[in-house]
Design a protein around this ligand. Structure first.
Ligand SMILES: [Zn+2]
Length: 348
């Protein structure tokens, strides 16, 4: 998909023109997949609907991975060529006027209605335009441009977040609720997360902005990790819905949100802290949620594994029978094997 295909469209009118019936969930519109090869009745396809955001018009199907921008959508639904699709959209006046900025800088610390202080001096835009040290770091950790757009990942050179890559924690309306910020230049404190002093909502979870509505979650799994980088690795490995709780001690209000899922696959680090988080989730939610461990190898984290390894571990957890003796987690930990890592990050 080229950037030109990402030109912004009036998404609700585009869907109406294509005869796609949708339902709104924050800044996403959900519908059964419109790709003609994918017949379904339940919505697993969503398209961004926020003209202020780069992800406006970008769409993704969790069932068949059909994705792209408005042009790709029209090509698939109408069976048109790329040029024909662009013309089809033009003829109906469905393009949005004006182009989107490639980089946005928040110069002033904003105080929102929920009183979150968004860090100042954040830089965003396409990954290819990021300054070299942070771009290199992001690529080394496997991030791609698609994800940087989908999750509004940004960074700062100076200011309070200077030297950090920032993973915004937003709700489905794209409101900031908090952030996880990780150093890309070896600072002593690896992670800085928004605190309640910053106005952080203690119930916020990185990932929830792209969760489907609660009544559309039947049969779906949520993949849970400590940090955003691990969550995004799971996404690249095929996980549909993510939850990075921002450490190994989940907040009570986060647990309340997590209990609205049927199944949670816990892909925390293969160490004591990661096992502890799994047990915490299992004890807190196990009576109503099917909580399963993704067997991340000893002393590894999800982002260090090859995508093939991570994908097969997630699949194993997804396919495993529910263990009737839910207390027997220790045995699992002992069985864990070491697996060849994708790379070793000296900063870990
Ligand atoms: Zn599909």
């Amino acid at each position: 998909m080229s950037n030109v295909n990402r030109q912004s469209a009036d998404v609700p009118r585009l869907l109406e023109a294509l005869g796609i019936k949708y339902r709104s969930h924050g800044h996403e519109l959900w519908a059964p997949c419109p790709h003609p090869d994918h017949k379904e009745t339940r919505p697993s396809w969503s398209i961004g609907n926020n003209p202020q955001n780069q992800s406006n018009g970008s769409h993704y199907c969790f069932g068949c991975s059909f994705n792209g921008g408005p042009v790709d959508l029209v090509m698939a639904v109408r069976g048109l060529s790329m040029g024909g699709s662009r013309q089809w959209i033009t003829d109906r006046g469905l393009w949005l006027k004006g182009s989107l900025p490639l980089a946005v800088t928040f110069e002033i610390t904003k105080l929102l209605s929920n009183k979150l202080r968004i860090p100042s001096k954040l830089l965003s835009g396409h990954l290819g335009m990021w300054v070299t040290p942070v771009r290199k770091y992001a690529l080394k950790r496997g991030l791609n441009d698609e994800q940087c757009t989908r999750w509004d990942i940004c960074y700062a050179i100076d200011g309070a977040m200077g030297g950090r890559i920032v993973f915004p924690v937003k709700d489905e309306n794209e409101e900031w609720l908090g952030w996880h910020a990780r150093t890309f230049c070896n600072q002593d404190k690896r992670y800085k997360n928004a605190s309640e002093g910053d106005g952080f909502d203690p119930g916020a979870i990185f990932g929830m902005r792209h969760w489907p509505p609660p009544d559309a979650r039947a049969g779906l799994s949520l993949v849970l990790t400590e940090g955003a980088l691990d969550a995004l690795a799971c996404e690249r490995a095929g996980a549909r819905f993510l939850a990075a709780v921002g450490g190994s001690e989940p907040q009570a209000r986060q647990l309340l949100k997590l209990q609205q899922w049927e199944r949670i696959l816990v892909a925390t680090d293969g160490d004591d802290a990661g096992d502890r988080l799994f047990r915490t989730i299992k004890i807190a939610l196990g009576s109503r949620v099917d909580v399963r461990r993704v067997e991340i190898p000893c002393d590894a984290d999800a982002a260090e594994l090859t995508l093939e390894t991570l994908r097969s571990l997630i699949w194993q957890a997804e396919g495993s029978e529910r263990n009737p003796r839910s207390g027997s987690t220790e045995g699992r930990v002992v069985r864990r094997r070491r697996v060849v890592r994708r790379s070793v990050d000296p900063q870990r």
